[in-house]
Write a protein that binds this ligand. Sequence first.
Ligand code: 6PG
Length: 253
Amino acid sequence: MNPIPYEVHEPDILTLRAAELLARIVIEAVNARGAAHIAISGGSTPRPLFKLLATPQWQERIPWPHTHIWWVDERCVPPDDPNSNYGAAYALLLQHLPVVITHRIRGEESPWQAAYLYEQELVEGFNLWVGAMPRFDLILLGMGEDGHTASLFPGTLALSEREHRVTVGRAPTPPRQRVTLTLPVLNHGAHVIFLATGAKKGPALTTIFHEGGGDPPLPASLVWPDDGCLLWLLDDDAARAADLPLWQHCSQR
Ligand code: 6PG
């Protein structure tokens, strides 16, 4: 059983650690290839990270003009809708950056049209051959209480999509229709970092860290990069709720 790499930090340190890792990954990619491609998730967990990255000292640390920001998923709403992942990232981070390259999922389009357009942008942005998956330098994921990640929800067709890079997911709560990267893309990332905080994530984390992911496996448990690095960043409450030692950095999967 492969150990799942994780770290436990109190909330402010967790945010700092995530920012440090993001900065190192982006700088390394820009130095090596002239550009970095990162995919960010929505939800509430990454908000402190976006706020920190928007501060002047962090703006100076990251070569944003050479950084392509993509989205892991998007709700099928316009960018100015309170539910928009792009809208949240813009308000907290993007509007504060002098230059940044964004690849927004067009939530205002019909779901399948938005998925098609986003997949086309991935093909062009990564110069992909037929069937090839984009290799993000960093994919930043969250996890819902039900163990979903991106907009890959338990028991949905989107979770089983293996050919397309982008598909339409269906959430149990509104806004129900969402455009999402598929599991093959998540598992092709060079670095995949989960941010999971709060005791409410405990049951899903218990299933993932102590019970082999569940049967059927929870979507977040299926993320295991085939040629990349995985790291779960947990806060104390989430780790405690999942009975994960606060000092250990690995757990038997
Ligand atoms: C979204 C996210 C989603 C999120 C989880 C966790 O569009 O909501 O991409 O996958 O990461 O639902 O959400 P919280 O961070 O709010 O707990």
